[in-house]
Design a protein around this ligand. Structure first.
Ligand code: DGL
Length: 263
């Protein structure tokens, strides 16, 4: 008899769906359960202790309700604030996400890279360590993307408001010679088209495909018997379910009925 493997995926909101869209292809036999913590979004300006408390609530819920075997933390800020805490609290494995500094440093021709992320991500140990290790001889321009997460949460990924903020944050990077922009927040890949329109020569780096493959490798190493076809993914939100359904339909072409949860 086969067994369906349940995988939890969460983010401060809808941004982690930029990781989810790869997981659904890479793990076709797993049951994916996505939790958007939209009622507490954004995480970017919260303290690490506050974020740890939220992640604990979400992971407890995922384990108690769905017996998940693995959790993908599809949020750079939550990874920065809580991945060590989660790994020391639970026995199941966690896959986190952090700004893709290493591939950017390897790829840049101008030796200048830009990183757009939240304040929380820049303040984390992981970001500092990775930057120190991989950016020797490379100028790294960091910029918090204030206001962008809030717009993406509302499904606004184009138009004057988005363009104004992107111009404000990215133009100084380009003026200083950046040829690569690291998307250091899972909400930002949904802005890729607008960024591409404003800065057509900038190469964008999104770590989501690598994170998804990492989750796949861990599942293979765990040798879990994944031999039942998966059911439809489950979408849960602490925020508004109609907003999530609209976002899924508009940006992932998924018709789903998400459910609001109170945790
Ligand atoms: N999607 C998030 C990240 O990857 C968090 C954004 C936020 O809530 O501030 O960092």
């Amino acid at each position: 008899m086969g067994q369906r493997v349940n995988i939890g995926v969460f983010d401060s909101g809808l941004g982690g769906l930029s990781v989810f869209r790869h997981l659904i292809t890479d793990l076709p036999n797993a049951q994916l359960i996505y939790v958007a913590d939209s009622a507490y979004c954004p995480y970017g300006t919260r303290t690490f202790e506050q974020i740890q408390q939220r992640t604990k609530k979400i992971v407890d819920f995922l384990i108690e309700t769905y017996s998940v075997s693995l959790v993908v933390v599809a949020c750079n800020t939550a990874t920065a604030a809580a991945i060590d805490f989660l790994r020391s609290t639970y026995t199941i494995p966690f896959v986190g996400i952090e700004p893709a500094i290493k591939p950017a440093a390897l790829k840049t021709l101008s030796k200048v890279i830009g990183v757009l992320a939240t304040e929380g991500t820049f303040n984390g140990r992981l970001f500092k360590q990775t930057t120190e290790r991989y950016t020797n001889g490379i100028k790294t321009i960091i910029q918090p993307g204030y206001g962008l997460v809030e717009l993406v949460e509302k499904g606004i990924v184009a138009g004057p408001e988005v363009e104004n903020l992107l111009n404000q944050y990215i133009s100084p990077m380009v003026e200083q010679g950046a040829d690569i922009l690291v998307l250091g927040c899972t909400h930002y890949p949904f802005l890729s088209n607008t960024i591409g329109k404003l800065f057509p020569n900038l190469i964008l780096i999104d770590p989501a495909p690598a994170v998804s493959l990492r989750a796949k490798t861990i599942l293979q190493e765990m040798r879990l018997p994944v031999n039942l076809p998966s059911e439809n993914p489950i979408f849960l939100t602490t925020g508004d379910s109609a907003t999530m359904d609209d976002f899924l339909s508009m940006h992932l072409s998924i018709k789903a009925k998400s459910k609001q949860i109170k945790i």
